[in-house]
Design a protein around this ligand. Sequence first.
Ligand SMILES: NCc1[nH]cc(CCC(=O)O)c1CC(=O)O
Length: 310
Amino acid sequence: MTQAPLRIGTRGSPLALAQAHETRARLMAATGLPEDAFEIVVIRVTGDAVQDRPLSQIGGKGLFTKEIEEALLAGDVDLAVHSMKDMPVAQPEGLSLDCYLPREDPRDAFVTLTEHAGLADLPEGAVVGTSSLRRRAQLLARRPDLRVVEFRGNVQTRLSKLAQGVAEATFLAMAGMNRLGYADVPARPIPPDAMLPAIAQGAIGVERRTDDARVAEMLALIHDRDTGLRLAAERAFLAGLDGSCQTPIAGLAEIEGDRLRLRGEILQPDGSRVMADDCTGPLEEGADIGGVMACRMRREAGPDFFAAWS
Ligand SMILES: NCc1[nH]cc(CCC(=O)O)c1CC(=O)O
């Protein structure tokens, strides 16, 4: 008897579909099962349906995941593929998220159709487009003279806004462009020291029902250990700061030999204050490193720092 195909739930955006196809390819390679053992099921989500308002106004993290998690819990799909950057730190009862694919480039990129080589070269008062609270705060911290305008939509939409002169530059995740194969997008990666990326940027997670042993076994085959160690630190840092999409937080963990290094940053939304920290510890202790760093930064920042967040 043949088994019914495993249904892989995903959003319908080009990037989400690329991530679902990568997940299926890895599952096929790891299990030896044929392509038709897996079916990609597109699920419509609130975050995609609303294009005309900033995400922070419609609600934070969860906008891209709620409907997919409901489909998973209802048994309409068996796995769900997510950009980990968009995932809340805790999953609903009954779901587990402990499978990560090898991480893509976590850096942000500076994207412009002009000759300006980077943020520092933009003329006084230049307009930049981004809908990310983190990127906005980081930009204004370095260049308070810039004007930030709301920029949503996929890579193509953002590029055509640049072509129309709506803004001189925008910022995108390298991971998205690499996964979509957009080699010709005029994007220059920004070193993490200049712009620390979002927590978990560039990482894909595969969620499942906690009690689905068959899927758990398959996902264990494709889990990338290094990505797991890094995300444990970054997500513990986020959890310790009580973060959501509404909060300008950045963080990046990297493996340096047998040590894990975590850099973190919190900002005021207008860029008027920035706090940064840098911590190194044993590879397997990411969750502690992230938690301790969050605690320390909370204390040093003081309650006023967080008042603007609510
Ligand atoms: N918030 C949307 C989102 N979620 C994940 C990515 C990029 C890919 C990734 O970080 O894995 C993007 C777009 C962007 O920030 O440019």
